[in-house]
Every structure is written in C-alpha cells, then in structure tokens.
Design a protein around this ligand. Sequence first.
Ligand code: 9MR
Ligand code: ZN
Length: 547
Amino acid sequence: MNRKYFERDVSQLRTTPFGIYVDQAGYLPHCRKTAVMPFAADTFDVTDEAGSTVLSGSTSHHGFDEASGDDVYLADISALPCGRYRVNAGGKTSAVFDVAEDVYADVLRDTAKAFYYLRCGCRLEERYAGVYRHERCHCGKAQVWSDRSISRDVRGGWHDAGDYGRYVTAGACAAAHLLYAYRLFPDVLGKLSLDIPREDMPDILSETRYELEWLLKMQREDGGAYHKVTTMKHAPFVMPEEDTEQLYLFDVSSFATADLAAVAALAADVYSFDTEFAHRLRTAAERAAAWLDVHGFVGFANPDGCNTGSYGERDDISNRFWAYAELYSLTGEKQYHEKLLGLADDVMLTAFGYGEIGGLGALSYMLCSYDKNEALADKIRSAFAQDAAKLRDISDKSGYGSAMDMGDYHWGSNMTLMKNAMVMAADDIINGSDNKEYVLRQLHVLLGVNALGISYVTGTGEFRCNYPHLRPAFADGIEECIPGMVAGGPNARPADPFAYEVIAPGTPPMKCYADDAASYSLNEITIYWNSPAVFTLAYVQSRCRTI
Ligand code: 9MR
Ligand code: ZN
C-alpha cells in the first residue's frame, strides 16, 4: 500500500477553479437550464468556444439556501441552442458544458459499465477494461463461518464498493434497480452498448446476470441466503487479485433471503427468454420463500474480529413485502398476494434503498398483471404522488434545485439524491405525472449544480471527483480514475479520520465532502449508489429527449 496517499496533506485537496455552477455533462436543448452563482451578480453572459457572446441577461436573486449556506443568484440559460459554452458573471466563469440531444449518453454508458469494472472472480480483459484490466480475484472457496468443515464455491458477482466484500442485500438491491430500469426503459437500455463480453441478450442484462449467478450461489440447500461473503477484515489498498485472505460465508439473515427471493422472482420474469436460467431463478425464489415461511426475523451482526460491512437491519418487513410482490407478479399465486397484503400497512411504499426496499415491492405490484387489491393500489398511487409533491416543493425552495432535505445529507447521500429522482420518475410511471423537470434537476445536482461545483461521477465533467475510496482505482497507479463511479457525496455526519480532519464543525451539509481516497464516509463508491443513477439516466434518456 502506498502510505503516502493516506498521509496526504489536507491542503492538497482540490477545490473547483470555477465560480459558477452548471451541469458539466450538459443540458438537453428544449429543457430548462439554470446556472447557479453563489455570489451577487446582476447580469451574466454566455460565451461559445470562440469566445463570442451568444446570450446575456439579468440574473435573479434566489436568496439564502440553507443546505449550502449560500446566497444564491440564478442565470436562466434555457434559450441556448445546441453548442458548447461557458457562463460568465462578476469576473467568474463556469466549467464548459454542451447543449445537445445526446449529452447524457456517455454518462449513462459509464455508470452502467461501472458494474463490469467491479466484477469479481474473473479477469477483466484489456479489450474490455483497457488500462483498468486486472487478473481474476477471490476465486478460493469460502468457508462457512458457522461450520468451517464446509467450503463453498461462491465465485462471481460484483465487488460491493471500495472494498472487496460481496453482500446479498446490497447486490439484490442494485441488480433490481438495473432490472427495473431495463423493464421500464427498454428503448434505451435494450440497445445500450457497454463493450463487455457479448452474450445473446442486451448488455445490461448480461451484466446483471453476472450478479444474479452469484446471488444464486449464495443460497443454501434449505433456501436461506448467506448474508455476505468477505474476508475477516477489509483488505489493504491492493488490487483485487492480491487480496488472498480466507473468504468466509457469514450467517444467513432473513432480509438477505427475502431480497434474494425478490430479485430472483423479478429476474425469472425479465429473463424468461432463457428458459433454463428463468427456471433456476424461479426455483431459487420459491425455495427462499419457503424458508421465510418457517423462519421469523433473523438479524445479522458481524462476529467479533470481523470489520467488513454488516448491512444489519432491524426488521425484514419491507424485504418480505418486496419478495411476495415479485413472487405474486411472477406466479399469480394467492398465497403470495395474501402475504404481501398482510405486510403492506407497515411498509414505506416509496423506499428504494438496500434496507427499506418497499418501493420495489410497490412498483412490482403496480406493474403486475394479476388481480390487484384496489385499496393497496390506491395507497401506492397516493404515496408516490405525495412524496413526489414533497420533493418538488423542496426542490423549488433549494437554490440548487435539489430535492434533498436537511436530514438527507448522510453517508452515501448521492444515493438519496438519485432515489428522490427515482421516486419522481416512478410517480410519472404510476400516476402519469410530469416530473421531468424535477428529475433532471437532481441529475444536474449530481453532475455539478451543487455547492462545491463538482461532478460526483468519475470521468464526467471538467471539474469532477477523481479519487474515490475504491481499492483498484488507487492500487492501479493510474491517475485517471475508472470512469462512471458515483461518489458517496456530502455527509453532514462525517465518520472517518480524514473527514473529521477536513470537515470543520458547522460546515453546511452540501459542503461536507472531500474528494480523497482516504475518506470512506465521504468518498466511497457502491453498486447501489451507481444503480439509481443508471435508473435516473435511463429515465432521462427515454423520457426527456425530444428525439
Ligand atoms: O452504505 C452504508 C451506509 O449507509 C452506512 O452508513 C455505512 C456504515 O455502516 O456503511 C455503508 O456501507 C458500506 C458497507 O458496510 C461495506 N461496503 C462499503 C459500503 C459503503 O461505504
Ligand atoms: Zn474479487
């Protein structure tokens, strides 16, 4: 490990050289575009690449923005035709940005391909991974923690995050986001090319299948799912193939089992064109559901001495609700319908995270072709309508157009930023609402319209994060980070030594971030922070363009 990295001088942290904040991936021609200035300016202008002024106007004063602590002025640049520009005001300028129909195509491809770069158990070949190639990793058998006489082959799947662990609930959640994105926006994801090993199906389904095959291996003979497979301790900052410590399969949890049932049932439908695979998925889902029938809540906590992620949950209600919804949608069996109806009152129906995941159950129910209980269907419709209304309201009040409320700036807040976009997109799908403008705003926040003027996606934008807490990105010695990784983002409750050092107490939530590999609570990446970004980008590509 290169010690130097973790002993970096805090003053080396980069801040944006730009004073005006724009979406650095760009804007769609016919949509509203707003540049944000965290300083007073009466007028602005926009210049093209030749330096000619193509637009000028007066700013509007938005006022104080609580999340950033900024007094915000706005420049309406909606009138810009296709082209490449910078916004200027008060002697400051913005990063360069494009106005074009295809501005989000590359970032969609990159955020989706990020999953390929996180593949475990195989070589990443140069022809697909370029300079980010690596050897096969984590191929040794994993010992069952509670009975070391048993070892199992659980090769495959995606590394969860900056660490090399593989966790069932996190994996099921991320895979399901991708499958729903494919299901809802097949026009975009059905033809998205990721430049990964080709199979006879859309690339996004090949990539997701890589995770699903691993999830199936995580199921025990009795139907229960091991909660995770990791080493005892997080590896040092080495390439994955150099992490050769013993792997362990830690105990079964009921939420891992329920999530496995759910995603397997969902996938059995999506991959129905491949009868053998769909059959294996359906059988796994049914076996997991049978396990759930005879087991109550089974929690998970790390055993002594293990410091890898725990992903504990306090209950498994939303996970079971999701499982029964997907199983009902797949099979039409009354038993699953009754079980999900029995749980629905205790579920947050718009939650899309790895812990509270009832929103996927709700989506599944709304898309299901079997009989529905109208009371529950109405409840789901109004839950999405109400939450979307709340989010639009917060966004309107925010100087940056963000739908995050003050409490949302937690570890991995960019997940919530993108999940808010998902909720509004789902409201469009379920209720026929029109949240396009608001979904786009959340994407703008991710890609540069935020209080630090940074694009939180590696590889996208003139001023972007480049040093995530991601082992291979550090260990490969390559300056430019693997593209398409969504950083965790601002966290008002910093939780690692580097973050304690760089985030002064009282820093406004939207500014509690540093682009440094040492900070796992500010700058890690995970599969389930990327997956809602892919969903959001697929929605935008499918619904927000004119062509
Ligand atoms: O994403 C998780 C975040 O919500 C928690 O606050 C945090 C601390 O428990 O853990 C995060 O999950 C990490 C997981 O435990 C291990 N892989 C990396 C994940 C992202 O930091
Ligand atoms: Zn690996």
